[in-house]
Design a protein around this ligand. Structure first.
Ligand code: LER
Ligand code: MN
Length: 286
């Protein structure tokens, strides 16, 4: 398993001005960094790639559908815009040297329509994700689609639905991002939900139940690591939380207070805790 941290802890749009963060993350023992941005035009992928290479850091790539962008809209123009956006994201991930692009890519974050999803919307999601297969193959990128909790999306909330979606899409480069924060809200048993993803599990966001320091809340980490061990998961475990003072992030993720003494505490104390849990898990199964 490889350990990373998502840059949304520090900024809503990673760019050249944030490169000084990278050596610090390397120094703290991260294997890689999850670079997050919601705008691909003008995104300095080459420069960031070089800076990551110089530090000996690997990378994953994170974005999301926001605003009006939706793969499931009944408006073909909106669907096309969402597809173009995700395609550009996949190409950007490849340019950055990332082999996985993660996030919610069916309906936009925060869109709640006062009703459950329809069968037509589901079909549009399947069709849209399937149509990305060629780009994913050409770029050698895997798309890990993230179920979110019910307060952030009405469309995809559970591991069971995410498995059903991947089965219907039927492309090996379309899989699931499992986020322990969302699972803590939606699943009866976080570890069982994680295990149920089987071969579709392509990425993990390690988040405490309050988005604070992993290990400081009530997520049952030993059970989560046992589930990952049972799956033979050897992908990324990325600490995700959100900067406390960044208006765009606060509004999207509902961050209305400091979740820890500092973003660094979430990243660095969280990494120490998660590595310790992973090695305890490995000893238990030896
Ligand atoms: C949003 O709640 C989340 O978990 C992020 O990974 C979405 O980009
Ligand atoms: Mn997440």
């Amino acid at each position: 398993m490889k350990f990373g941290v998502n840059t949304l802890l520090w900024t809503a749009g990673f760019d050249r001005s944030h490169l000084e963060l990278l050596p610090r993350l390397k120094e703290q023992g991260f294997d890689g960094v999850e670079i997050a941005t919601f705008r691909f035009d003008g995104f300095p992928a080459q420069d960031i790639r070089r800076a990551l290479d110089d530090c000996g850091l690997e990378r994953t790539f994170c974005s999301a559908l926001t605003g009006e962008l939706s793969l499931v809209s009944d408006d073909a123009k909106i669907r096309q815009r969402a597809l173009d956006f995700v395609r550009q994201g996949i190409e950007t991930a490849a340019e950055l040297g990332a082999s996985v692009m993660v996030g919610p890519y069916c309906a936009p974050v925060g869109q709640l329509l006062g009703r459950r999803r329809t069968a037509d919307e589901w079909s549009r999601a399947v069709e849209g994700l399937r149509s990305l297969g060629e780009t994913l193959d050409a770029c050698r990128v895997t798309l890990a689609v993230e179920p979110l909790n019910r307060f952030e999306t009405y469309f995809l909330n559970t591991a069971a639905d995410a498995v059903a979606l991947c089965e219907e899409v039927g492309h090996p480069r379309v899989g699931v991002l499992f986020d322990t924060f969302h699972a803590n809200i939606e699943e009866k048993d976080i570890a069982a939900a994680c295990r149920s993803l089987g071969r579709h599990l392509k990425h993990v966001h390690a988040c405490e139940n309050d988005r604070g320091i992993p290990g400081s809340g009530h997520v049952e980490w030993p059970a989560v690591f046992a589930a990952l061990g049972a799956l033979g998961y050897d992908g990324w475990l990325v600490i995700e939380s959100f900067g406390f003072g960044i208006p765009e992030i606060a509004a999207a993720a509902c961050i209305w207070r400091d979740l820890a003494p500092s973003p660094e505490a979430i990243a660095f104390d969280g990494l120490r805790f998660l590595r310790q849990q992973a090695s305890l898990g490995a000893q238990a199964s030896a």
